[in-house]
Design a protein around this ligand. Structure first.
Ligand SMILES: *Cc1c(COP(=O)(O)O)cnc(C)c1O
Length: 425
């Protein structure tokens, strides 16, 4: 299906009904698969025959969705996980372990920061956080002998920093390590990081890919371009004793990374998605291209409207010409960035809370990036234990409101803000 536009792939890729079969991807709600000979099952275990044997490792519904997402991102293969957090964890542990070091952009999702700084640290992985805007000379200083990867987000949640993907990819490759990119906010509709040199792409599919806030999920996509045989990744280039001495780079070629992630880490850690959730994710993917267009045009209109309102102190959206990341956004996401914006209300914390409590259409929720407009005030919720000074240090201004613009009519979203702002002095 390589010649179709990405919009067509959203709908058609990954599942093809044969004569008389269901037109729509079926939910294979089965953990198990029947075979007629033990010999066949043996071959499956040895990866000599293709087929399903246990849903922890693979399932036909999940498999179709994985093929679709791999095609959308332009990768050689993909593996779905039970959440975005599981995708980040497996993507890293697949090539990095106790005694190793990794570099991560400081502008990443808070849950990912915790995973890296607390849990991976406990597992013996050392992490250096870097300023994504630093120049190449400065970033180079973060590399060590035992550095195994670089990690960044295309469009950071919630800071909306746009990462210079080519800068990070070139630097990673110069040091013989891959670049892993979390592409959750941009989605493959707006940016395909592999085209800019990323080696592995991950997503929390719980956000725009699902798009309806109904199913947690994650995915890892293998770009298939990185040379794992450079001596730094013995886990891929030397025999895996837990898999009959298989050498992934020899047995699986360009898919070595994603095959290892599945047959070794998913086998052992078991954070698999349910077939039912994969079905829901697939429904979301079928309209991803339409929804992203509307999320972006609505968000830009709301951001522009807020910019001209004199009760608003500041607006952060990379689609605004006034934004620090406007030119990087134009380069990497020429068709739009995402539906999430942030802004500050004059009068600080107190007025931010007042504005939010008076919104009627936009609901206060912790989630972002689904069809319904929602807001969150980190200073009084997720970050409420911090003082105003600590908030500023964490990059979360006390007046910051994060607004995830949905796909309702934009006039209704703006009218809601307008009426709520009349309550703010
Ligand atoms: C939400 C999110 C995650 C974590 O995903 P879950 O599905 O909630 O586990 C990771 N990265 C980014 C950018 C996110 O927005």
């Amino acid at each position: 299906m390589n010649n179709y536009h990405i919009n067509t792939k959203c709908i058609q890729e990954g599942y093809e009904a044969k004569n008389g079969e269901p037109r729509v991807l079926p939910i294979y709600q089965s953990t198990t698969y029947r075979y007629e000979s033990s010999e066949h099952v043996g071959k499956l275990f040895d990866l000599e025959a293709e087929g399903f044997f246990y849903t922890r490792l693979a399932n036909p519904t999940v498999d179709s969705v994985e093929k679709k997402i791999a095609a959308l991102e332009g990768g050689v293969g993909a593996m779905c996980t039970s959440s975005g957090q599981a995708a980040s964890m497996i993507a890293i542990l697949n090539i990095c372990g106790s005694g190793d070091h990794m570099i991560a952009s400081a502008a990443i999702y808070g849950g990912t920061t915790n995973l890296f700084a607390v849990t991976l640290k406990k597992l013996g992985v050392e992490v250096t956080f870097v300023n994504p805007d630093a120049d190449v000379e400065e970033l180079q200083k973060a590399f060590k002998e035992n550095t195994k990867l670089v990690f960044a987000e295309t469009l950071a949640n919630p800071a909306l920093v746009v990462t210079d993907l080519e800068k990070f990819a070139n630097l990673a490759h110069k040091n013989g390590v891959p670049l892993i990119v979390d592409n959750t906010f941009a989605t493959p509709i707006n940016c395909r990081p592999i085209e800019f040199g990323a080696d592995i792409v991950i997503h929390s599919t719980s956000k725009y890919m699902d798009g309806h806030a109904v199913a947690l999920g994650g995915v890892i996509v293998d770009g298939g371009n990185f040379n794992w045989d450079n001596g730094k990744f013995p886990g891929l280039s030397t025999p895996d004793e837990s898999y009959h001495g298989m050498v992934y780079t020899k047995a699986c070629g360009r898919s070595a990374y994603i095959v290892k992630a599945r047959v070794q880490l998913m086998r052992d850690m078991g954070s698999s998605p349910s077939p039912n959730n994969a079905f829901l994710l697939n429904l979301g993917l079928e309209t991803l291209h339409l929804r992203m267009e509307r999320h972006c045009s609505n968000a830009l209109a709301v951001a522009k409207w807020l910019e001209t309102n004199d009760k608003i102190a500041w607006v952060n959206y990379p689609g605004l010409e006034s934004n620090k990341y406007y030119s990087l956004a134009k380069k990497y996401m020429p068709n739009g960035t995402c539906g999430v914006i942030s802004f500050g209300v004059k009068g600080g914390r107190e007025n931010a809370v007042k504005l939010m409590d008076n919104l009627k259409l936009a609901a206060i929720v912790v989630h972002v990036a689904d069809a319904r407009t929602s807001v969150l005030h980190p200073a009084s919720t997720t970050h409420r234990q911090l003082t105003d000074e600590q908030l500023v240090e964490a990059g979360v201004a006390p007046d910051l409101i994060r607004m995830s613009i949905g796909i309702e009519h934009v006039d209704d979203i703006i009218a809601d803000l307008e009426q709520a702002l009349t309550q703010v002095q």
